[in-house]
Ligand binder design. Structure first.
Ligand code: 5GP
Length: 179
């Protein structure tokens, strides 16, 4: 149970500024690398992806993939399952995976392995938030918004039991059963 409403960790303004910075870097890095496909990881990345996509100044398309690693829990089991695959083929495309958050790294490692086998022209990953203290696998993140402490964060697409996704900031909830 969360005892209280989320406390602000990253403000709406800080997120806006960071998304603009990331979009500028990605637009520059991919201007010669076409076609570019952004792969949003559902559900948590939908708001980040929408904001990032609209700030890119280069042509790109968008697709979604859904995976499950936690079920309804807040601790990773390390077992990742594919819930919904891409609609597009990615062979020959420059693919950028857009994640909301990288925690242990298991989900991103799974996704990169899955997508790499389909022979994209290139494969990189971007996450708005990363928890460096929780990393279990060494997975490369090419673009990172914020490094944060080991807290359960919500807002800007991130949920806690499907709550709080539409908060305009990233906050954290105190989990009573946290160990
Ligand atoms: P990983 O496989 O890196 O441990 O976890 C990645 C996934 O776990 C994320 O895509 C996200 O769905 C979920 N996750 C990890 N930490 C948090 C968190 O603090 N808040 C929320 N809402 N989801 C998290």
């Amino acid at each position: 149970m969360a005892d209280s409403e989320p406390k602000i960790l990253i403000s709406r303004e800080a997120i806006e500024q960071k998304v603009a910075e990331l979009a500028a870097r990605i637009s520059e890095d991919y201007k010669e690398a076409q076609p570019l496909l952004l792969v949003g990881v559902l559900k948590g990345s939908f708001i980040f992806l929408a904001d990032l996509s609209r700030q890119l100044t280069i042509p790109h398309t968008v697709d979604f993939i859904a995976v499950s690693s936690y079920g309804n829990a807040t601790k990773s089991t390390g077992e990742v399952r594919l819930l919904m695959d891409l609609r597009s083929t990615i062979a020959g495309k420059h693919v950028l995976v857009v994640e909301d958050i990288v925690d242990t790294g298991y989900t991103l490692e799974y996704l990169l392995r899955l997508l790499r086998a389909r022979r994209p022209a290139s494969l990189k990953a971007c996450a708005l938030v990363r928890k460096p203290d929780r990393r279990k696998v060494d997975v490369t993140l090419d673009y990172v918004g914020f490094d944060i402490p080991d807290k359960w964060v919500v807002g800007y697409g991130l949920d806690w039991g499907d709550r709080y996704r539409t908060l305009p900031y990233i906050g954290y909830v105190e989990l009573a059963e946290e160990s």
